[in-house]
Design a protein around this ligand. Structure first.
Ligand code: UFG
Length: 321
């Protein structure tokens, strides 16, 4: 039995593939619009194509015995989603519907879905649980929540099970040093700070200093990419063993760090000094997003291994290679 990883050439997908291939046969489907072929572990089969391409999905589902689909393929930039909502509804919602239709048609019953803390919008609590109300404030978050709702409807009437994983801020690089975080263009805080410290950018802009947080900058919950990858595999195995089905879990470290604290830690880890410019707020940024991940710990025994120092240490090791 094999696992189909949609978006396996992207940052989170490729790290999960690297963890999967030691135990499972893996097929990666990716159109390489935001992913990179060199990130895909060579032990996986790679099919270049679109998620919404029915013929490619028919081919994969008939030539491989697929037991589950891990679905990472999506556009994930909040700001871009505000400017180009149709792109997000087309790629994140419509294309996923094609994938789900083809799974049902071919009798593929297990689905692990990459969702996001952006489904919560501006939460009314300091620590977000899965019971915190979902009020996304941008098309990206809405596109993910729509699929979550569609999955619940499908599971009521089809022989189909799913797990939704709501990621907080994924960061860090694989321990092997072979793969890490690279987006083009890069918009994420930790890689931007590290690129600056390596001399690849003139300065860092801090977006907003007047938030209601300890130092006025936004607070986020950073989680190591390998901790995320392990949660996917545990979720799949929990579903395959009949332990869990049709659940939603947060994935974070349960600790919040401000933008200034991230820059400080990057300076400590690298031993270099940053040039920081304070800039206006970026549209669509909630002040604080911190997860409670107790639900998945209770269900599957998952706990994050990497703390902030280790997350940034792994990212620095990869960037400075
Ligand atoms: N930031 C800066 N300067 C930068 C880049 C980022 O100050 O150059 C700030 C942002 O304004 C934000 C924080 O750093 O306050 C983190 O920003 P990121 O862009 O690294 O991450 P986000 O929190 O915006 O978003 C990430 C994912 C989303 C996901 C969200 C869920 O990119 O897909 O986490 O928490 F929805």
């Amino acid at each position: 039995m094999a696992i189909l990883v949609c978006g396996g050439a992207g940052y989170i997908g490729s790290h999960t593939v690297k963890e999967l291939v030691s135990t499972y046969e893996v097929v990666v489907l990716d159109n390489l619009t935001t992913g990179f072929e060199h990130l895909i572990d060579e032990r996986a089969d790679f099919v270049k194509g679109d998620l919404g391409d029915r013929a490619i999905l028919d081919e994969i589902f008939t030539t491989h015995s697929i037991d589950a689909v891990f679905h990472f393929a999506a556009n994930s930039l909040v700001g871009e989603s505000v400017e180009n909502p149709l792109k997000y509804y087309r790629n994140n919602v419509s294309a996923t519907l094609v994938l789900l239709e083809k799974m049902i048609e071919h009798g593929v019953k297990r689905f692990i879905f990459s969702s996001t803390a952006a489904t919560y919008g501006i939460p009314d609590t300091d620590v977000i649980t899965e019971e915190t109300s979902t009020n996304p404030i941008n098309p990206y978050g809405r596109s993910k929540l729509m699929i979550e709702q569609i999955l619940a409807d499908i599971a009521c009437v089809h022989d189909f099970q799913y797990i939704v994983l709501r990621y907080f801020n994924a960061a860090g690089a694989h321990e092997s040093g072979e793969i890490g975080e690279s987006h083009d263009p890069e918009s994420h805080l930790i890689p931007i700070v590290l690129q600056h410290l390596m001399g690849q950018r003139d300065k860092i802009s801090v977006f907003g200093t007047d938030y209601n947080t300890s130092d006025g900058t936004c607070v986020r919950d950073y989680i190591h990419i390998t901790d995320l990858a392990r949660a996917h595999i545990l979720s799949y195995e929990g579903m395959a063993n009949g332990k869990i089905a049709n659940k939603t879990y947060n994935l974070g470290n349960g600790a919040g760090y401000s933008v200034n604290e991230i820059i400080d830690t990057c300076q400590q880890v690298s031993g270099k000094q940053a040039t920081v410019e304070y800039a206006p707020r970026r549209a669509g940024d909630p002040a604080t997003l911190v997860a409670s991940s107790n639900k998945i710990t209770d269900a599957l025994g998952w706990t994050p291994v990497y703390d902030l120092q280790a997350i940034i240490g792994s990212a620095w090791a990869w960037h400075s290679k």
